[in-house]
Design a binder for this molecule. Structure first.
Ligand SMILES: Nc1ncnc2c1ncn2[C@@H]1O[C@H](COP(=O)(O)OP(=O)(O)OP(=O)(O)O)[C@@H](O)[C@H]1O
Ligand SMILES: O=C(O)c1ccc[n+]([C@@H]2O[C@H](COP(=O)([O-])O)[C@@H](O)[C@H]2O)c1
Length: 213
């Protein structure tokens, strides 16, 4: 049975931690494919993305070029609607069929706000959830409703794989890298070649992205 990963993000810009996570999702869960889906309109953010959706999609494409099993999916970029993950997963489920094992990857900071996501409880009927732990994560501080799912849906034996409904934390060591930090460094005129894929760094330089106006 096919196994597919879905990794959505603002990717403003796409950075090395994103790439490391996408690879870990593919490898730890032995997935056939991981689809990276830039959020066209991340309605949930306090302020809009800095780079436009096409630029963020271009950075994802450049960042994953040549990576086995990693693909960019433009559906949320071309959509005029807000980026609701439940709708994206519904569309993928309709395309891939009921038997496909689907894994939606989020960082632990996203998990902390999961109960504010559109129709969040329906996510578990559509996909499994893979969580990449960020430094400082503490499950005890999750909102009670999210904590209940976190406790109930982690299974000890993942060899018994299901199309949806379980939660699994990725084993990789947490890293502190964030797009906020990268944007801050670029705005200060610093080089970011050490924290984004080389082709993404070249793209940012070429277009002058994230520089003060
Ligand atoms: N270093 C990281 N470790 C674990 N998860 C991460 C990391 N960076 C990003 N993620 C996760 O990847 C997804 C997409 O991340 P996003 O594009 O928002 O990057 P970000 O670095 O968190 O950006 P920003 O600083 O602008 O919020 C989110 O679910 C986020 O939690
Ligand atoms: O569906 C929702 O309501 C929802 C609310 C917040 C975030 N998300 C998704 O979570 C992913 C990570 O978001 P972000 O802001 O950390 O890049 C991205 O794909 C968003 O579209 C989705």
């Amino acid at each position: 049975m096919k196994r597919v990963g879905v990794y959505g993000g603002t990717f403003d810009p796409f950075h090395n931690a994103h790439l490391r996570l996408a690879r870990a999702l593919r490898d730890e869960l032995a997935l056939d494919e991981v689809r990276l889906i830039p959020a066209g309109r991340p309605y949930h953010r306090d302020s809009g993305p800095h780079a436009d959706a096409e630029q963020r999609l271009a950075m994802v494409r450049l960042g994953i070029a040549g990576e086995t099993g990693l693909t960019a999916d433009a559906r949320e970029v071309v959509s005029a609607r807000n980026a609701y993950t439940v709708e994206t997963l519904e569309a993928l489920r309709a395309e891939l069929g009921q038997d496909t094992e689907l894994w939606c990857l989020i960082g632990s900071d996203s998990l902390e706000h999961l109960d504010r996501w559109h129709r969040w409880r329906e996510l578990f009927a559509l996909a499994n959830l893979a969580v990449a732990i960020r430094p400082g994560f503490d499950a005890a501080r999750l909102a009670p409703a999210v904590r209940a799912e976190w406790d109930a849906r982690q299974v000890s034996d993942f060899s018994n794989r299901t199309p949806c409904g379980t939660i699994r934390a990725l084993a990789l060591t947490p890293v502190a890298l964030s797009a906020t930090e990268i944007r801050r460094r670029l705005a200060a005129g610093d080089d970011v070649a050490d924290c984004v894929p080389e082709a993404v760094a070249a793209h940012i330089r070429r277009l002058g992205l994230y520089r003060p106006a």
